[in-house]
Design a binder for this molecule. Structure first.
Ligand code: A2P
Length: 327
């Protein structure tokens, strides 16, 4: 099968990339090295993950040594929530490019539909309940004008969004010159978001699935922020295990194959060389249509990455994905 998806601007994007959120500082260089060694060319990062400098160091080594060509890499980074305003876009992408030691990124995304307010000293502004203050009136169309300039001046080959709802994508499509190439969202068997995914596909906005394996590391991350949440283990779902056994593949490989078989890009995170290889080794088998249907039937609308670690969503209803921001 094909290993690329052609975006609405003709650019080819590798169907599997390495996700880098929650990779520790010590892990990340080894992980990126191992990923490139295993054949990954698509790397997903963001200033919020705090690892662009480390990733940049590895990329520079590989590029300088001639082990990889820049045009074969597909590097994705994002406009952070604290800079989700038109006048910030150019300065912030230039900082990412300096950190990544690159002249351009392949895809630049608006990381979240909302904006996080900060104080002059850079700390988060807190509301009266002590929660991080959020601006839900962010004007996407205005920010998008600046995103489009990045394509014109060559700093980004493609531009897109992340965590956008159907309404937000629809509104942006009506108010843009360059349509977003992708919407990166949480997407896996337990959170299929069919309405959003089908809408984006019909509008030629590709979907990138984050947490494709259910973000198994997030419980630890949440706990660090004092949030306790049950996280289901997608690798332990009987149907997934059964299909995996039938193909002599692992549950993770079945979950990823299902995503790309439905025309969606996936960015599984791993810091482990063996699992990195495993997650890329999914092109030598195919799910039957019956198996695809079985996996489609697993949808439970369980969101794992609900930003709880960040905001305490229970106390902050306008932040939840149910109440998609009003702008
Ligand atoms: P690790 O980095 O130790 O491999 P997601 O991409 O959905 O956020 O999932 C990432 C989580 O799943 C990480 O905790 C990662 O741990 C783990 N993981 C990644 N690939 C596999 C795999 N093939 N089998 C089991 N666990 C995996």
């Amino acid at each position: 099968g094909t290993k690329f998806l052609t975006l609405n601007n003709g650019v080819k994007m590798p169907l599997i990339g390495i996700g880098t959120w929650q990779s520790s500082d010590e892990e990340i260089e080894t992980a990126i090295d191992a990923a490139l060694e295993a054949g990954y060319r698509h790397i997903d990062t963001a200033p919020v993950y705090g690892n662009e400098v480390a990733i940049g160091r590895v990329l520079k080594r590989w590029l300088d040594a001639g082990k990889v060509k820049r045009e074969d890499l597909f590097i994705v980074t994002k406009l952070p929530p604290i800079a989700n305003r038109p006048h910030e876009v150019e300065g912030v992408i230039k900082k990412s490019l300096a950190d990544l030691q690159l002249d351009y990124v392949d895809l630049y995304l608006i990381h979240t539909p909302f904006t996080v307010n900060i104080n002059e000293d850079g700390s988060f502004k807190l509301d009266k309940d002590g929660l991080i203050e959020v601006d839900v009136t962010t004007n996407h169309a205005a920010t998008w004008v600046e995103m489009e300039k990045l394509v014109a001046n060559g700093l980004a080959k493609s531009i897109g969004v992340s965590n956008f709802s159907k309404d937000q994508v629809a509104r942006l499509l009506k108010n843009c010159k360059i349509p977003p190439a992708t919407n990166q969202i949480e997407h896996h068997v337990y959170l299929q978001q069919r309405d959003l995914v089908d809408f984006c596909k019909a509008e030629n906005v590709a979907i990138t699935a984050y947490s494709p394996l259910g973000s198994r590391g997030i419980a630890k991350f949440n706990a660090g922020a004092g949030v306790v949440r049950d996280v289901p283990d997608l690798l332990d779902i009987p149907e997934v295990k059964e299909i995996a056994a039938a193909h002599g593949k692992s549950p993770a490989q079945v979950l990823l194959r299902w995503i790309i078989d439905t025309g969606v890009i996936a960015i599984p995170k791993s810091s482990n060389p063996k699992r990195l290889k495993e997650n890329l080794d999914i092109f030598d088998f195919q799910l039957t249509s019956g198996e695809v249907d079985k996996l489609l039937a697993l949808d439970k609308n369980i969101r794992v990455c609900d930003f709880a670690f960040f905001h305490g969503v229970e106390k902050h209803p306008e932040f939840t994905f149910k109440n998609q921001y009003t702008n």
